[in-house]
Write a protein that binds this ligand. Structure first.
Ligand code: NAD
Length: 233
C-alpha cells in the first residue's frame, strides 16, 4: 500500500486528490490547518489519517513528519497543494500579507519536500501545485504570482537534486478550477477556455495520479498546464 501525503486536503483540489489516491488503494495522510473541516472530510474516507498542521511553519512541518515517520517509516508520494491567493494591489498588500503568501505557498513546498525526501528510501514522487499565474499574471496578483513562480523554479531544482534518491519532482499549473477559493474570487466565462468549461478539482487529481505513477517516471522536472487551453487562446 502506497503512503501518500496531501497538504491542503480539507477542501477543493487537495480533497479531490486525497479521494483519488484512496480510490487507488493508497493510505493518505490528509494535512490541513483547518482542523474541523479536515476531521469531517477524512472521517468520510477509508485509509486516511487527518493531521492538523500549518505547513507555512517549519516547526509544525517537522512535527508532522516526525509523526509520519513514527507511524509509517516511509513515504512514497507527496502532493504539495496547500495554498492561499490573497489577490491585492501592490499598494494594498501589507508586508504581513506578502510573508503569509510566500511562506504558505512557497516555503511550505521547500519544508515538506525536504522532510518527505528523507523518508523516501525506495524512491518516490513529489507534485507541486503551481499556477498559470506563474507564467502569465494579471494586475494585483504579485505575491501569488511570485510564490508560484518560485514553485516553478524550485520544482526544477528539486528534480535535479533528488534524482540521486530516485525521486521525481513535477509541477501542475491549473488555470481556473471550480473550488471555494475560485468562488470567492470572480466568475469566469466558460468561453475563456478551449474546452468550454471551467476546470474541476478531479481534473487536477487525475493528473497527480498520472505524474506519480511509476510507469511514468520518465516525466521529471516538468510543469503540466491544466487550464482547458485558456492560455492557448
Ligand atoms: P482551497 O482554498 O479550496 O483549499 C486550500 C486548502 O489549503 C484549504 O483547506 C486550506 O485550509 C489549506 N491551507 C491553506 N493554508 C494552509 C497552511 N498554511 N497549512 C495547511 N493547510 C493550509 O484552494 P484550491 O482552489 O483547492 O487550491 C489548491 C491549490 O491549487 C493551491 O495551491 C492553489 O494556489 C492552486 N491553484 C488553484 C487554482 C484554482 O482555480 N482553484 C488555480 C491555480 C492554482
Amino acid at each position: 500500500m502506497k503512503t501518500v501525503i496531501v497538504t491542503g486536503a480539507a477542501n477543493g483540489i487537495g480533497l479531490a486528490i486525497s479521494k483519488a489516491y484512496v480510490n487507488e488503494g493508497a493510505f493518505v495522510y490528509m494535512v490541513d490547518k483547518n482542523r474541523e473541516k479536515l476531521t469531517e472530510e477524512a472521517g468520510k474516507l477509508e485509509n486516511t489519517e487527518a493531521v492538523s498542521a500549518d505547513v507555512s511553519s517549519y516547526e509544525e512541518v517537522k512535527k508532522l513528519f516526525h509523526h509520519i515517520n513514527e507511524k509509517s517509516g516511509t513515504v512514497d508520494i507527496l502532493i504539495n497543494n496547500a495554498g492561499i491567493s490573497k489577490f491585492k494591489s501592490i499598494w494594498d498588500v501589507s508586508v504581513e500579507d506578502w510573508e503569509e503568501i510566500i511562506h504558505t505557498n512557497l516555503s511550505s513546498v521547500f519544508y515538506c519536500s525536504r522532510e518527505a525526501a528523507l523518508l523516501m528510501d525506495q524512491g518516490g514522487s513529489i507534485v507541486n501545485l503551481c499556477s498559470t499565474r506563474a507564467h502569465m499574471s494579471e494586475p494585483d496578483t504579485e505575491g501569488y504570482a511570485a510564490s508560484k513562480g518560485g514553485i516553478f523554479a524550485l520544482t526544477h531544482s528539486l528534480a535535479v537534486t533528488l534524482s540521486e534518491k530516485d525521486i521525481t519532482v513535477n509541477a501542475i499549473s491549473p488555470g481556473w478550477i471550480h473550488t471555494g477559493d475560485y468562488e470567492s474570487l470572480r466568475t469566469v466565462d466558460h468561453e475563456q477556455h478551449l474546452s468550454n468549461r471551467v476546470g474541476k478539482p478531479e481534473d487536477v487529481a487525475r493528473a497527480c495520479l498520472f505524474l506519480t505513477d511509476e510507469a511514468n517516471n520518465f516525466i521529471n522536472g516538468e510543469n503540466l498546464v491544466i487550464d482547458g487551453g485558456m492560455t492557448r487562446k
